[in-house]
Structures are given as C-alpha cells and as structure tokens.
Design a protein around this ligand. Structure first.
Ligand code: FAD
Length: 329
C-alpha cells in the first residue's frame, strides 16, 4: 500500500518503521521546520555562548523489550544515551524549601547531543516533508489525498495514519472517520510553559533534577548534566498544568521571568544571563483512549500517538509500532 503519515513525531515514525519493513511505501508530512515534535530542542545564542535545551520531553523510559530492540542501533550510533541524574523532591514548609534525595524508578534515556537527535535519526530512513502542514484529508472511494497548507496536495494514498495530538487529530479525522474523531475529541491535554535558562557560573546545587511539590514550578532540570551537553549551566523549568492554564495569555518573556524568579527563590540561584519560554498548548494527555491505536478499516484511516495510551515517549512509540505491526500482518 501507499500510506501517508501525518506527523513525524515518535509515534508517526514508529508506525513508518514497521510499515516500511513490511514493504509499504510511506510518506510523512510534518508541520515542524525540523525533527522533534514534543521531543524538540531549542537553540539560542546567549552571553555564555551557544546553548540548547530540551524544552519538551525531558527523558524517556525503555521498559519494553520491543522498544529496547528498536533503540539498540540508535544507542550504538550515539543518537541516544542513558542519563543518570541525581534527583530530589523539593518541598516547602513555612517558607523554607527542603530537598529530599529520591532514587531513580526507571533507567532514564535522552537523545544526544539533544533530545531531538532520536527523532532526527529515525526520520533519516524515511521520506519526510518538513514544514508541511496537512489541512485536510480528502477521500474519493478508496483513494485518499492530503490537502496541504498553501494549497498543495499529495496523493493518491491507499491509507492515511494520523500521528498528531488528539485535539488536532479530531478535526482532521471528523470528515473521514467519525469514530476515530470521536475518540480523539474525548481526550484532553494540559498545557505547559517551559522556561529555558542559562547561567554564567555554577548555580550551586548538587543535584540535576527536582520534582517540585508547590507551583508555579513542577519540574526543574539541569539540561547540561545530560550526556553530550558539555556540562553547560543550562536549566529547563516546567510549570504546573494549573499555573500554565491560568497563565496561557502571558507573553513568553513574561512567563520566562516569572518562572525564573520562582527558580531563584527555590535554590537561591543568581540571575540567569539568558531566559526564554515556550508555551506547549497540548503538552500532556490527561487520560488516554486506552487502546494502543485506532484503525477504521472501512475508511483505511488510522490514529496513533501518546493520546491513545499515556503522555510518555515510550507510549507514543508503542502506539505507532502497534498499528504498524497490525497492518503488516
Ligand atoms: P508529537 O511529538 O507531538 O508529534 C506529532 C507531530 O505532528 C509533531 O512533530 C507536529 O509538528 C506534527 N503535526 C501536528 N499537526 C500536524 C498537521 N496538521 N500536519 C502535519 N504535521 C502535524 N514524555 C516522557 O516520556 N518523559 C518526559 O519527561 C516528558 N516530558 C514532557 C514535557 C513536556 C513539556 C511535553 C510537551 C511533553 C513531555 N512528554 C514526556 C511527553 C512526550 O513528549 C510525548 O508523549 C511524545 O513526544 C508524543 O509523541 P507523538 O509522536 O505522539 O506526538
């Protein structure tokens, strides 16, 4: 079959891997300028030099044997590595923060030298059109065509797989598969503000990541402590979903300043020499559909993504991989 996949995040690429292996002809379209999706990397010139931050997914687990097997060649090629951070939980009582060490529940992995390296490496073996936003899927009998932003079209395809966040999938799927659209529209995702900071010198903490028990911060991590980042004093701060929801309309620099101030209060850090923020409108799925993938056999349309299972990289991969396996039987 000739199959179009909308979205070249880890779910779309996992489906592409399996379907190509089975001999199908695969084309991916992704609206992003480069590889990453929610495993993106931001780069900037700062007074401390060129810096980069994983401002979306921070790390991923590798619990299943199938995922481990898929990642082995990428690990051997240096596109991913294990990250063994020192983690703490930060709690506050009577205005004082305390930091309790916590053990790693799982092995933690990251792309190297940045999170999007995994997506880049996976995308290299496929035909991916970047900066290509799909506006609609048209069907004429068994034939499907993608309508692209700017008026272009791509097709004909025998099948289409939607590998984009649920809320965005719902509107693309509605005219072609009301059942899959209705599953997608039942999913809610919480937003997240991510701040990216750079410091001139050591900020003076002896840990690399903290789960913070009181907002506005939910998670802070020394990005530079991940493998391949040269120990830069770069930090990523993630806001709580509650704070992000209440602060959706902030200008990015305003959000960066507020989160940086909370970080300075948390650890007594000096002021950063650089700060910026990114708003993820659809960051984390609050509850998934509960089935690894959706397949509408009448329409030859599929749906994959983290929203089928859980808001995690490994779940997104599992979703795409499962649909690929199903269609390759
Ligand atoms: P995405 O990565 O979102 O990929 C979808 C792709 O579709 C994107 O590349 C997008 O550009 C493209 N697209 C969307 N609409 C269109 C369109 N109309 N046309 C063409 N292309 C389109 N997971 C973890 O395991 N560990 C973590 O620590 C972690 N932290 C996170 C922190 C944040 C702030 C965020 C945002 C996510 C985090 N996650 C984490 C979740 C993880 O990033 C996701 O579960 C996973 O990356 C989802 O992959 P996906 O392929 O389903 O979707």
């Amino acid at each position: 079959m000739k199959i179009a996949i909308i979205g070249a995040g880890i779910a779309g690429l996992a489906a592409a891997d399996e379907l190509s292996r089975a001999g199908h002809d695969i084309v991916l379209h992704d609206k992003g300028r480069g590889a990453g999706g929610r495993m993106s990397t931001r780069r900037a010139q700062t007074p401390s030099g060129k810096c980069r931050w994983d401002h979306g997914a921070q790390y991923f687990t590798v619990r299943s044997e199938a995922f481990r097997t898929r990642l082995k060649p990428l690990m051997d090629a240096g596109a991913i590595a294990q990250w063994s951070p020192r983690l703490v939980t930060a709690e506050t009582a009577e205005g004082r923060w305390t930091f309790a060490e916590r053990s790693l529940e799982d092995e933690m992995f990251v792309g190297t030298p940045s999170m999007n390296a995994l997506i880049k490496a996976m995308a290299e073996t496929h035909k991916v059109h970047w900066s290509s936003r799909v506006m609609a899927i048209e069907t004429d009998g068994a034939v499907k065509t993608l309508v692209l932003e700017g008026g272009g079209r791509d097709g004909p395809f025998d099948a289409v797989v939607c590998a984009i966040p649920a809320e965005q999938a719902a509107s693309l799927l509605e005219p072609v598969s009301p059942r899959l659209a209705s599953e997608a529209s039942g999913v809610r995702s919480a937003p997240c503000w991510a701040a990216m900071l750079a410091f001139e010198g050591d900020v003076g903490v002896d840990w690399d990541g903290a789960s913070v028990r009181q907002g506005p911060l939910a998670w802070v991590a020394r990005d530079g402590s991940k493998p391949g980042r040269g120990n830069a004093e770069t930090w990523v701060l993630h806001a709580t979903p509650e704070w992000a929801t209440a602060s959706l309309d902030l200008a990015p620099q305003e959000a960066a300043d507020l989160l940086a101030r909370a970080f300075i209060e948390l650890i007594g850090a000096p002021s950063p020499v650089y700060s910026a923020a990114h708003r993820w409108l659809l960051a984390k799925v609050e509850s998934g559909v509960g089935e690894a993938f959706g397949w509408d056999a009448n329409a030859s349309i599929g749906a994959v993504g983290d929203w089928r299972i859980a808001p995690r990289v490994e779940a997104a991969w599992q979703s795409g991989h499962s649909l690929g396996e199903f269609l390759s039987r």
